[in-house]
Design a protein around this ligand. Sequence first.
Ligand code: NAD
Length: 320
Amino acid sequence: MATPAKLGFIGLGAMGFPMASNLISKSAKGSQLFIYDVSEASMSRFAEKHPNSTVVCKSPAEVSSSADILFTMLPEGAHVKSVYLDPATGVLHDGMAAKILVDCSTIDVDTSLLVLDAVRQSKSHSGVSFFDAPVSGGTLGAEKGSITIMLGIAEQHDPVYPVLLPLLQLMGKHIVPCGKPGMGLTAKLCNNYCSGLIALATAEAMNIGIRSGMDPRLLARVFSSSTAQSTICDTWNPVPGVVPAAPSSHGYQGGFKVQLMAKDFGLAMQAAAKAEATTLLGPAGLDAYRKAAQDPNCYDRDSRVVFRYIGGDEKWQEKL
Ligand code: NAD
């Protein structure tokens, strides 16, 4: 039987809450989860759900004083920096017990490497590891424990990997070691750059078809067995009524919010600039997602709402 663990989780939002919930409910009996969030309401809700295993903390430092392994799931780089490095309340401090620190937030690679550097520089924290481990699969995937986790680790060489893997498997289905620090984030940003552009291209192509008099369900079937096939077309189709279970068929509720896509797309463009990679489609994509994220008809909705943003006909069925 597995040994009870002392775990920590900071950031109990849309993703962090269900991830932490899976982590503690699937951990060995007697395990404890030390939690912190700036939102007291989120912490109370979590403690109510897991009353026997949750310890509510007053700061990130308090979590890292007690937990052996801790996870963070925060909105942006600035939050990650302050949660780890704040001299008064941060995770890194002299009384730190935690030996493995895992940041699952989607942030810029530079901030992640800066935190890694601070961990490595600190003499009092020798033997402590820090990893980037962004995730894909959305809130539904986080609830089901089926997310993909892209881990900035060298699978073959890092002795921490065998320790970390079973814990990550409590939260995710596909754990992909991406080679070295920062590469988990690089993989995540490249993925979202690509899937954001596929969504935009699918929305535009289907809009052309609808305006030319074609039933978009038929067009999606053609795409599915032709070269325009994609998961976006088959599962997350941007046109309402084509895929009944897709967010687009439910007022674009659920899914991956357009403002998060705008954030990730911006981070991917920064990564492209740093790597001097040509991005012919990038500027148009970034502009579309940023503007859609500011449009009250699109804000807070699934990012495939770009079909609405480009003026796609959502009432196509009435005209058949
Ligand atoms: P969220 O805003 O719902 O949750 C963030 C949580 O962090 C909130 O509970 C907030 O109170 C807390 N927080 C903020 N600052 C804090 C601080 N200084 N200390 C402690 N807690 C703090 O965001 P989310 O949707 O859970 O996303 C988190 C990260 O995961 C983001 O980087 C996002 O891009 C990424 N992500 C989100 C999705 C998704 O579908 N929502 C999917 C994949 C990846």
